[in-house]
Design a binder for this molecule. Structure first.
Ligand code: F6P
Length: 557
């Protein structure tokens, strides 16, 4: 039911920022970044991480106004309510406590008056024990062979986070040494091609399947789970399932119904949102099987260090808050609806897809937390690729087409340094030259006057002109080990929460994905009726009926 509580756009700080846009639009970034004092105050450093936000189309005055907006949105109170375990996900009547998943043993975080940290550590201890038994060969498959390969089945939040972290750790020498001889694969899509690719080259005798689903009802995951259950029992007999399949879920009843021994199930809780679940058993179990629990614990510590920073640092020195407020500035005031996430590290190739889900599922909303339709847009269109690959793909549009605020993410120390004899710089320096060059290229652009001085032919001047004035963040991490990867994750999770808190929406529900799911159920029934009983396509509009009929013309093998 809609209530009448004020929307953020009705407050004075919002109106003040609206009026301020004209001032900012008058000033080119070129001028803004020539002010060293301004730039000095637009750097935040925490635990070896440096955020440079001097290339935002913002002045110190803008930041003050954004702080006023934060106050009007009760940002501090909302952050505290989250950490205090209040049911801030009001449409699902749940707390939002992913921070508890990485809280140090012995700390206290309450949900409904109950400290949840001991429960968290009970599951972590169980994962440590189980993963050590599997890795050491104390737990073996049905035919007595060591389970060296893992397929994690899950989709959305039960897939993208763990995939990002696994991809990032793969080449980290501190993690990779513990993964020698082991494989971790992810089966997400219900497309049978994904199944085929996942099982290709694997032997059921040496494979452990982890079914990851918060609800244990997601159609894609459950079909994939049944498919791999058949793959295992077909090869090794039905009794092998107990040794080769385990589960991660909040719904242990359905896990048991599926045929997985509840003792081999790893729980999490309804106060963990799917897209915020990588630090629960969702990520910790598959990653511990691959790299060992100690590596994953380091990842959790990294995330926890940012939780503590986010909870306690003053807003001006608070990485997620600064990032979040300026993102709101870009979307809601400057009118830039997209954000490019551009890590200059191949290890972070799955970071943008993960953040895409966290951000777009969280903040792509049309009503306020009280159910009031919003007169302003929320959320960003997130996309990205690692540099320098992206430079040879979509950067053209970013430089001369639409204005898309960019997050440049760089790493000081490469996971895999290479120094080729005779080269001017190391391979990593070569990569990072681009990380440093791109933000300035976007900010400064290139003027016709400069081009004339370079004797560019007249007919090409307009084609080679870059307007510049395109905002970006530069985030420099000291290295890319498990700890820093955890930090990076938490910075983005909290930044997204900050944005949602300012917009006054519920960033922790996802009703928007339900409609497609229910329509698919209707189509599934029709496909069954047509294929099995030859029934005609009925009850759909002309367009769907035509395409469905065409699809059904070809019989399945
Ligand atoms: O796509 C919607 C969604 O509900 C996501 O929020 C979630 O991460 C995903 O489906 C998978 O859900 P589950 O973990 O319950 O299988």
């Amino acid at each position: 039911m809609a209530s009448s509580s004020a929307l953020i756009c009705e407050t004075e700080p919002w109106k003040d920022l609206r009026a301020h846009v004209d001032d900012i639009k008058k000033t080119h970034l070129r001028e803004l970044i020539s002010d060293t004092e301004r730039c000095q105050s637009m750097m935040v450093e925490f635990d070896g991480i440096l955020l440079d936000y001097s290339r935002q189309c913002a002045t110190l005055d803008t930041l003050n106004k954004l702080k006023n907006l934060a106050e009007a949105a009760h940002l501090k109170e909302k952050i505290n309510r989250m950490f205090n375990g209040e049911r801030i996900n009001s449409t699902e009547n749940r707390s939002v406590l992913h921070v508890a998943l990485r809280a140090p043993r012995g700390s206290v975080i309450n949900s409904d008056g109950k400290n949840v940290v001991p429960d968290v550590w009970q599951v972590l201890d169980k994962i440590k024990d189980f993963s050590e038994r599997v890795r050491s060969g104390a737990w073996v498959g049905a035919t007595g062979k060591v389970l060296k390969d893992v397929i994690a089945i899950g989709i959305g939040g039960s897939f993208l986070g763990p995939l990002f972290v696994h991809t990032a750790l793969q080449t980290d020498p501190e993690a990779a040494e513990f993964a020698i001889g082991r494989q971790l694969r992810f089966l997400a899509n219900v497309d049978p091609i994904d199944v085929a690719r996942n099982i290709a080259g694997l032997n059921p005798e040496t494979t452990l399947v982890v079914v990851v689903s918060k609800t244990f009802t997601t159609a894609e995951t459950m079909l994939n789970a049944r498919t791999l259950r058949e793959w295992i029992s077909g090869a090794l007999g039905p009794q092998a399932v107990a040794k080769h399949m385990v589960a991660v879920s909040t719904n242990l009843t359905l896990v048991e119904k599926f045929g997985i021994d509840p003792n081999n199930a790893f729980a999490f809780w309804d106060w963990v949102g799917g897209r915020y679940s990588v630090c629960s058993a969702v990520g910790v179990l598959p990653l511990s099987l691959q790299y060992g629990f100690a590596v994953v614990e380091k990842f959790l510590k990294g995330a926890s260090s940012i939780d503590e920073h986010f909870h306690s640092a003053p807003f001006e020195n608070n990485l997620p808050v600064v990032l979040g407020l300026l993102s709101v500035w870009n979307v809601s005031f400057l009118g830039y609806p997209a954000r490019a996430i551009l890590p200059y590290s191949q290890a972070l190739e799955k970071f943008a897809p993960h953040i895409q889900q966290v951000s777009m599922e969280s903040n792509g909303k049309g009503v306020s937390i009280d159910g009031v339709p919003l007169p302003y847009e929320t959320g960003e269109i997130d996309f990205g690729e690692p540099g320098t690959n992206g430079q040879h793909s979509f950067y053209q549009l970013i430089h001369q087409g639409r204005v898309i605020p960019c997050d440049f993410i760089g790493v000081v120390k490469s996971q895999q340094p290479v120094y080729l004899k005779g080269e001017l710089v190391s391979n990593h320096d070569e990569l990072m030259s681009n990380f440093f060059a791109q933000p300035d290229a976007l900010a400064y652009g290139k003027t016709p006057e400069q081009l004339l001085k370079e004797n560019v032919p007249h007919h090409l001047i307009s084609h080679k002109t870059f307007t510049g004035n395109r905002p970006s963040f530069s985030l420099l991490l000291p290295s890319l080990n498990a700890y820093n990867i955890g930090q990076l994750l938490a910075i983005y999770e909290h930044r997204i929460a900050v944005e949602g808190f300012i917009w006054g929406i519920n960033s922790f529900d996802q009703w928007g994905v339900e409609l497609g799911k229910s329509l698919a159920t209707q189509v599934r029934k029709q496909l069954h009726a047509s294929r099995k009983k030859g029934e005609p396509v009925e009850g759909f509009n002309f367009s769907t009926t035509t395409v469905l009929t065409k699809y059904l013309e070809v019989k399945e093998r």
